[in-house]
Design a protein around this ligand. Structure first.
Ligand SMILES: Nc1nc2c(ncn2[C@@H]2O[C@H](COP(=O)(O)OP(=O)(O)OP(=O)(O)O)[C@@H](O)[C@H]2O)c(=O)[nH]1
Ligand SMILES: [Mg+2]
Length: 306
């Protein structure tokens, strides 16, 4: 089986190639002078690391190597080290707590961000770790959404609560009652990514949260926002919008394989004080993995595992 690091590195190839090739083109046979630093900063910005992060990384690089001869490899190694340091405070795997009542995980995100797929992958992984869990098809807005989650529920051999055309809050209330009676360890709730407008979606999420708290005032125990890395800087706006409606407790960033905008994860880490629990680099179950700052930083710079 392919190791996670290889999957990650392959997945981030589009991002790392752009950065590595950019650095090589800029820096070959040159000193790290002001012009070189400026061009490197631009490269980091177009790679979606964000203006502030790019600026921080350039200042750190300049402190270490200003006006010295430097190779592209040295630059990549320095960036990787500094990116690792930036991201380490946010790299926390999601570990469901063992309790007497279910650990409730509410999954949010705009349509197409990868919510349903991520739930399917988490369900398989947690089930394999020995947890008793169930899924709730809280996206009752689209019939196809329930069917898609049903496929994942079957693959993971876990029960699915569904009620097409029913109000999601009502369905979730019933599902949580049943899960509590069964003694489930974990309940994963899928939600709609799109309603007729943004205000309606946010109202629905607030209502879902209220209903969950009628069953367990301490729930949801995790409110995960799933972000699609291919949207680049737009992902930052999504974090703000969802945070206004509900307390997002952590992030999952998907589709890092489909984009040269992988650097956005560094910007997200810098801007929001939120844990990045896991990242996705493909559609299969092995492609979702706990987020590791050193692995990510080195892969983004096209370097081997540290
Ligand atoms: N390449 C790649 N594709 C992914 C990844 N995660 C999800 N996808 C794909 O992205 C598409 C959308 O994923 P869904 O899980 O349906 O997204 P969703 O957020 O549930 O979408 P809605 O239900 O429409 O709101 C699917 O084709 C997934 O297979 C990833 O990490 N990499
Ligand atoms: Mg979905």
């Amino acid at each position: 089986m392919t190791s996670w690091f290889k999957r990650l590195k392959d997945g981030l190839k589009k991002s790392s190639t752009r950065i590595s090739e950019g650095i090589t083109t800029l820096i070959t046979h040159r000193k790290l002078d002001d012009e070189a630093l400026e061009e490197l900063e631009e490269l980091l910005i177009i790679s979606d690391l964000g203006v502030k992060t790019a600026n921080d990384l350039i200042q750190k690089l300049s402190k270490k190597k200003y006006n010295q001869n430097i190779t592209p490899e040295e630059i990549r190694a320095i960036f990787a080290e500094d990116i690792e340091a930036l991201l380490t405070p946010y790299a926390f795997p999601l570990i469901p707590e063992k309790k007497t009542t279910p650990f409730v995980v509410l999954v949010l995100g705009v349509n197409g961000s990868g919510k349903t797929t991520t739930i399917g992958k988490l369900a398989r992984q947690w089930k394999e770790q020995g947890h008793q869990l169930s899924l709730v098809a809280g996206d009752t807005f689209r019939a196809a959404a329930t069917e898609q989650l049903e496929v994942w529920a079957k693959r993971a051999h876990v029960p699915l609560e569904k009620a097409p055309s029913k109000d999601p809050a009502g369905l979730i209330y019933d599902a949580l009652q049943k899960a509590t009676e069964r003694g489930d360890d974990i309940v994963l709730i899928d939600t709609a990514g799109r309603l007729h407008n943004k205000a309606a979606l946010m109202e629905e999420l607030k209502k879902i949260k209220r209903v969950i708290q009628k069953i367990d005032p301490t729930a949801p125990h995790a409110t995960l926002l799933v972000l699609d890395a291919t949207t680049g800087q737009n992902a930052l706006t999504q974090v703000k919008v969802f945070q206004e409606a509900v307390d997002v407790s952590g992030l999952i960033v998907t589709k890092l394989d489909g984009t040269a905008k992988g650097g956005v994860l560094v910007a997200i880490g810098q801007q929001f004080n939120l844990p990045i629990h896991a990242i996705g680099v493909g559609e299969s179950i092995e492609d979702l993995h706990a987020f590791s700052a050193p692995d990510f930083a080195r892969s983004l710079m096209g370097l081997p595992k540290g």
